[in-house]
Structures are given as C-alpha cells and as structure tokens.
Design a protein around this ligand. Structure first.
Ligand code: AMP
Length: 507
C-alpha cells in the first residue's frame, strides 16, 4: 500500500488522460477535460489554503450535486484536509448537530444557504464560504484568480481523508473516519474486480454526499481516467437518453424499479452497457429478474456501507445470484459471528464482521465506546445480519437493530418481507416490531398496494402457510408510499414511530 495522498494517485491517472473528457453533460458536450480538472483542482486547493484551511482540518460541504462539489472534494484531498460531505436536504437544525459534532474549520455551502448556515458555522468557530456566486468572497471567485500550481500535501495511508456521517436509519448519525488508505484500497479493489478499462464510460446519476456516488463511483472511475456522463440528479428520461452511450451504470434499487416502469428501458437502451450495478439497499429478486428479461443484463449486486466502502460483490465473470451480495472483495475478511463473537458455520445466521484495508479508523470522537463496534482482533461489527454459504457467498438478512424479539423469540423481518414481496397485489413490504403489552414486541407488516391487494386476513393466511405462528404479522397496514432516505433505504425508524401505538390502541 502506497504511503501517499490519494489525490497524488488520481493526479497521475488524470495526467495520462490530458485533454480527454473527464465530465460530459447529457447530450455529449464536454464539461471538463482531465487537464481542466487538474488545473481547477489546483486553483481550488490554493484558494482553500489562502482562506486558512490547514492539513488535517475538516471541511464540511453542504452542496447540491454540481461539478463544483467534485472539484471541492478533490481540492480538499489535495490540500490534506478531511472532506465532510452533507446531504443538501438537511435543515439548519440537522446541520447544527453535524457541525457541533464534527467541529469543522470551514463550512462550504451554496450562496442560497449562506444566510441560514453562515451564522451556525461561526457559532462553532468555523469559517463559512459560498462555493458559487460571482462575489469576490466565494470560493469559485477566489479560485479564478488563484495559481493552478499547487503542491499536493503529503499524506500517509492512516491520515484521514473523509468524515462521512452514517445515514442513521437505526439511530443517531455518527461520523465515520475514512483514511487515504481506506479509499485507495477500495477503489483499487473495485477497479480490478469490476474490470474497468480505459474505454469505459460511467453514467453517474447518484448523489455525491454519500459513499456510493462519491467514492465507489467517482474514485473507481478516476483510477481509470474514465469519461463520466454527469447527471445532476436521477431522472428516468435523462438516464434512458444517456444509457445507449454508457458502459457502466451504478444505482440504488429504486433507480431500477423506476427504469422498469418505463417501456423504453430495454435491450436497445442498454446496447453499449457492460455492467449494471446495484447496492446501498436490498435489490428484490423480482427486480433482478425483470431487468434481465427487459435488458439481457443480470444486475451485479454488491454490499457496502459508509464505514467500509465496498465489502462484497457478485462476480463480474461467474454467476450473479439474486438476493445475494456475492463474495468478499480481495483483501477484505468477512466472518459471521454469534452474539458471543464465536464464528458461525457456513449457512448459520449471525452478525457480519469485517476486517481489511477498507475498514474505517473508527467513529469520530467516540474512541471511548470503540469496544462496542470493534472486536479485540480488529474486526468491525457491521450490525448487518447475514449468512455465508460454503462457497463464501454472502447474503444479507437485514440490520441487527431491525431484529424483532417477540415473546423471547427472534424474528428476522427480511424472511417475512421476501414472502410478502412475492405475493400478488403487494408493492413493497416492511416488517417491524412495535411495543406489545404481552410479547414485548409485536410483529406488524406495512405494505404498499399494487393492483388487487388482498385483504389483511388473506395476507396473513398466505403467510401462515409458510411461517411459524410467532413470525406472523399480527396486523398488516397499507400506506401510500414507503418513507425512504436519499439512498432509497426504507426508514424503519419512521415506520416504528408511526405505528408505535398499533397494539396499545387496540380495545
Ligand atoms: P450506508 O452506510 O448508508 O451506505 O448504509 C449501509 C447499509 O446499507 C448496510 O449496512 C446494509 O444494511 C445496507 N446495504 C448496503 N448494500 C446492501 C445490499 N446490497 N443489500 C442489502 N443491504 C444493503
């Protein structure tokens, strides 16, 4: 593993590309060549330094998805700072938490958010800068007059490169400290196992405040010097317009279900595609099958998390099995552990634990509770429940925190959700546990309707043919739409809150 700044590695790849396109807009116009990118990143890095950003400082960025955000990410790396991307949808109240916890030296937002966020940044002792805008104080304006030559700040592999807050679907968001070594090793592993070649063209429609769009997609493409077709948001028509000239598309499961709803998503649309990748949330086997039928592509599903980038992937060559996430990445150790930490046998269910160069350094300012997350031998307890078969293929059964304990018995929601998803008339299903006067937790199902939704008793009756009584949902609630976070994950916290009184409200 090299002891250098990740940007230095990228810079060598960028230099090989010269005036080849780095980013292009829908329709094909060039937004930035790799040479432009190098010069712009140099200017931004100089602008950040003149504004007082020092190596090791955290720089929080609450920005929309624009190329400016990507340039800022790379400039922060180059300057040796720690990049802290934040969802642009966060309200000032939420931002207060992230700034109070991370204590960045600098906070960058769009001009539009300046009034709301600048005072907050100042309250926590940070400097606020707007990214865009023509006024002389904006970072973009400062960068136009800055030197393009900038000496990349030397970093070693254990130095922090990113502070990414977990999505907090099961609790309060925590800052995952990611090092230059974490990011480089993961990008190199993905570049290799997904067979990136210089001719690849990546269609980028993911947000860039999250590990998926920022590190998995961009870093892997940067190592390749790929051309990146840049969509500022996911839009079915835009994706369908650009897919015919792309070779790789990365998405979350909802991207694929939305594409399937459009008849134009077919073999012709995917004629130059070599890889459709999915992750960040479970992909339904039906979606996998429907995409294969329509496009001839078997989606490659992979598994990862903020704390470790990518962990496992279905193979590029070899069988891609729906409902599984494939094999651990090269260099990544994965084991399934029981509650006492004992390693389970193949086929036995337990918590997924991981160790490897991709695994983060720990949670920011939570050193005293490290033992809650890491075993003494360095394995990180992911909190995901999984099974590994004899061949080493991994399947995810959900988050440990979503496990339901009813009358002292464990119920794994995924098992019931899979049965519900397969029932005609049900769109999607989420199974949760809510307080129950007798059982501690009672199982309920929350579903969305497709056409011909069976009634509650019919649904429970169907499940009863396959499930032990204690696993059966006692109630089935129908809602219009599942609450999701920006990466398409169903927010069970929100559902548990909404249906908390399901049993206490009963006569
Ligand atoms: P995040 O940190 O927001 O990327 O969320 C990571 C979590 O998403 C993991 O711990 C898993 O619970 C879930 N996840 C990611 N990829 C998959 C997948 N392919 N199948 C099921 N769950 C997944």
């Amino acid at each position: 593993m090299s002891e250098e700044n990740l940007y230095q590695v990228f810079d060598r790849c960028f230099a090989l590309q010269g005036n080849n396109t780095a980013f292009e807009a829908p329709g094909g116009s060039v937004l930035l060549t790799y040479e432009d990118l190098r010069l712009t990143v140099g200017r931004f890095a100089n602008a950040l330094s003149t504004q007082g950003l020092r190596p090791g400082d955290r720089i929080a960025a609450q920005l929309q998805k624009t190329l400016g955000t990507v340039v800022l990410y790379l400039a922060a790396l180059k300057a040796g700072a720690v990049f802290q991307p934040l969802n642009p949808a966060y309200t000032p109240v939420e931002m207060e938490y992230f700034l109070a916890d991370a204590r960045p030296a600098m906070v960058v937002t769009s001009t539009l958010k300046e009034t709301a966020i600048a005072p907050l940044a100042h309250r926590f002792g940070a400097r606020h800068l707007s990214l865009d805008g023509i006024e002389s104080g904006s970072l973009a304006a400062l960068a136009t007059t800055a030197e393009s030559h900038h000496r990349t700040c030397p970093r070693v592999q254990n130095d922090l490169a990113g502070l990414l807050y977990t999505s907090g679907t099961t609790g309060r968001s925590k800052g995952a400290m990611l090092t230059h070594g974490n990011l480089l090793s993961n990008a190199q592993a993905l570049h290799r196992i997904w067979g990136f070649v210089p001719e690849d063209i990546l269609l980028h429609a993911l947000p860039v405040f999250h590990v998926h769009g920022l590190y998995v997609a961009l870093n892997t493409a940067f190592l390749n010097g790929s051309r990146i077709i840049w969509l500022e948001r996911f839009d079915v028509s835009d994706v369908l317009g650009e897919l015919p000239r792309s070779t790789i598309f990365m998405g979350v499961p909802t991207f694929y279900s939305r594409l399937l709803a459009d008849p134009r998503f077919d073999r012709a649309a995917c004629r130059s595609v070599r890889l459709l990748i999915s992750g960040s949330a479970p992909l339904l086997p039906e979606t996998h099958a429907a995409v294969f039928e329509r496009t001839g592509h078997r989606i490659l599903e992979r598994y990862g998390m903020t704390e470790a980038g990518m962990i496992a992937s279905n193979p590029l060559d070899g069988e891609r099995i729906a409902g599984t996430v494939g094999f651990p990445l090269p260099g990544v150790e994965v084991r399934i552990a029981g509650p006492d930490g004992r390693a389970m046998e193949p086929g036995e269910l337990g918590v997924i634990e991981i160790r490897g160069p991709n695994v983060f350094a720990g949670y920011w300012r939570r050193e005293q509770t490290r033992a809650e997350d890491f075993r003494a031998d360095g394995f990180f307890m992911t909190g995901d429940i999984g099974i590994m078969d004899r061949d080493g293929r991994l399947s995810i059964l959900g988050r440990a925190k979503d496990l339901i304990i009813t009358g002292g018995l464990n119920v794994y929601p995924r098992e019931i959700e899979q049965l519900l998803d397969a029932l005609p008339g049900i769109g999607e299903a989420a199974v949760i546990g809510v307080p129950h006067p007798d059982f501690g937790e009672g199982v309920i199902a929350v579903v969305t309707a497709a056409s011909g939704l069976p009634d509650e008793m019919q649904i429970i009756g169907e499940l009863a043919k396959r499930l032990a009584g204690f696993k059966l949902p006692k109630r089935v609630y129908v809602i219009d739409e599942m609450p999701r976070n920006a990466m398409g994950k169903i927010q069970k916290n929100e559902l548990r809150r909404r249906f908390a009184a399901a049993f206490s409200a009963q006569p």
